[in-house]
Ligand binder design. Sequence first.
Ligand SMILES: [Zn+2]
Length: 178
Amino acid sequence: MSLVLKFRYRFESAHRFTSSAAPSCRTPHGHTWYATAVFKMGSESLDGAAMAAEFSVVKSAWKRFITETVDHSFLHNISDPLIPFLIATTPDARLLPFPADPTTELVAGLFALKLKAMHDASKISAVSPSAVFIQETPTNSIHFRFEKDGSAPAWLKKYERSKQAWWMSADPTARGLA
Ligand SMILES: [Zn+2]
């Protein structure tokens, strides 16, 4: 029986879709989101103090990413025509670009790649990222799970090629896409 470790943080952020597939999401709007990082650990990895890893160490990068980078940001499609205007009028706007519309599915997938990139750099081996849960509204949420071997599922693999993007960076404060 393995143990699972979860760290959940809230963030207040806006997003909008450029596609007409969901008309009510075309207007910029905000949500109170919750982002949960899930780590699996084997019970055999408990040390003499019955700990797999110090919680504060395991969660630190995820906490920084959510609270310092994602919170109060505008999650937007990189090709959203509103963005040049926003940058021109609000140079200090907190923007987080996505390679497509920032749907809850894509938020969960890219946040999962981000969690993996930060964790890989941490050299913490007693636990490993297994899932990311994104709650967008009180009724809507997405549960993303890595494959059993810890790899990304097929639909997400194409985004792993964007080596300079924030979701592939171990830096919790990265915001760039290219
Ligand atoms: Zn929304």
